[in-house]
Design a binder for this molecule. Structure first.
Ligand code: ADP
Ligand code: MG
Length: 258
C-alpha cells in the first residue's frame, strides 16, 4: 500500500523557512496537485517530501517513515522528478530512462527483459522512440523534459512526485504525459503528487488540490472547492472567470483588464 502522509512539514534553506506546518494525506492511487503562486513553496514541499531538504515533521509512505528506508528501498517507494534537473549530457535517452530501473536490478546490476519492457513502454508513450539513441545534450528543452519524466515513470515507485512536469511541453505532449501518469495510478495504484502551474489541467487530473501561499496551506480540497474566483483573486492577484467544462470540472479563464 502506498498511501502518502505528510504531517506538519516545515522546511527551508539556510537562512529562511520556505514551508511551514504543511500536512496532506494522499490515498493509494490518489492524485494531489500542489498549486500556488511563484515562490509559494511548491518545489520546496516536493523536495522535502523526497527527503532532499532538511525538514521537521513526518513523511510516511504506506505507514513507513521514509527516513528509515535505505537508498534502494526509498527509490522503490518514491520517485522524484525535479523542476530543473541536472542531466548527464553524454547518455542516450534509452540509457537515461533505464537508470530509473536501478532500484529494481538484481545483484549483478544487469537489467532483465521486464526492465527493458518497462523502458520501452515509457519511451513509446512519451513519444521518445524516435529519439531513443540520441544523447540528452542534443535534445530540445521539451524533449529533455520528457526524458526526465520517463526515468521517473520507469522507476515504477509507489509514490510519484513530479515538479512542474508539463513545463516546456506542448499541449499534446503534456496530455500524453498526464494520461500516462493517470494510467499508472489506475493500473498500479501509483500515488501521485504534482505541482502544476496550469490550474485547469490541475483540476482535470488531480482529485484534490493543495493551494500554498507563503509556504502555508491556504486551501485544500476538491478542485471545484479550491478554484473559486475569490480564492484566485486573493492568492494570485489575477483576474479570472471560472467556467465549467462539460464533465463538470472548473476551467480557469484569464480576463484582460483595463
Ligand atoms: P515555488 O516552487 O512555489 O515557485 P519554491 O518552493 O521554489 O517556490 O520557493 C519557495 C521560497 O524559497 C521562495 O521564496 C524561494 O525564493 C526560496 N528558495 C527556493 N530555493 C531556494 C534555495 N535553494 N535557497 C534559498 N531560498 C530558496
Ligand atoms: Mg517550483
Amino acid at each position: 500500500m502506498t498511501e502518502l502522509r505528510v504531517r506538519d512539514l516545515t522546511a527551508g534553506y539556510r537562512r529562511r523557512t520556505a514551508l511551514t506546518g504543511v500536512s496532506a494525506q494522499v490515498p493509494a492511487g490518489g492524485w494531489l496537485a500542489v498549486i500556488g503562486p511563484n515562490g509559494s513553496g511548491k518545489s520546496t514541499l516536493l523536495k522535502a517530501v523526497a527527503g532532499l531538504l532538511p525538514h521537521r515533521g513526518d513523511v510516511l509512505v504506506g505507514g513507513r517513515p521514509l527516513h528509515r528506508a535505505g537508498r534502494r528501498e526509498r527509490a522503490r517507494l518514491l520517485a522524484y522528478s525535479p523542476q530543473t534537473p541536472q542531466l548527464p549530457p553524454g547518455l542516450t535517452v534509452t540509457d537515461y530512462v533505464l537508470l530509473g530501473r536501478t532500484p529494481h536490478l538484481g545483484l549483478l546490476g544487469r537489467e532483465g527483459r521486464g526492465d527493458l519492457a518497462v523502458v520501452e513502454h515509457v519511451v513509446e508513450r512519451l513519444d521518445l522512440a524516435g529519439l531513443a539513441r540520441r544523447p540528452l545534450a542534443e535534445l530540445s528543452g521539451g524533449e529533455r523534459q520528457r526524458a526526465v519524466l520517463g526515468r521517473a515513470l520507469a522507476q515504477r515507485s509507489g509514490v510519484l512526485l513530479l515538479d512542474e512536469p508539463t513545463t516546456g511541453l506542448d499541449l499534446g505532449h503534456a496530455q500524453a504525459l498526464l494520461d500516462l501518469v493517470d494510467e499508472l495510478r489506475r493500473e498500479l495504484g501509483t500515488t501521485v503528487v504534482t505541482t502544476l502551474h496550469d490550474l485547469t489541467i490541475s483540476a482535470q487530473y488531480a482529485d484534490r488540490l493543495l493551494l500554498l501561499a507563503d509556504g502555508r496551506t491556504a486551501a485544500h480540497g476538491p478542485p471545484a472547492d479550491v478554484l473559486t474566483p475569490a480564492v484566485l483573486t486573493e492568492h494570485y492577484d489575477a483576474r479570472v472567470v471560472v467556467l465549467t467544462a462539460p464533465d463538470g470540472t472548473p476551467v480557469i479563464a484569464p480576463v484582460r483588464g483595463g
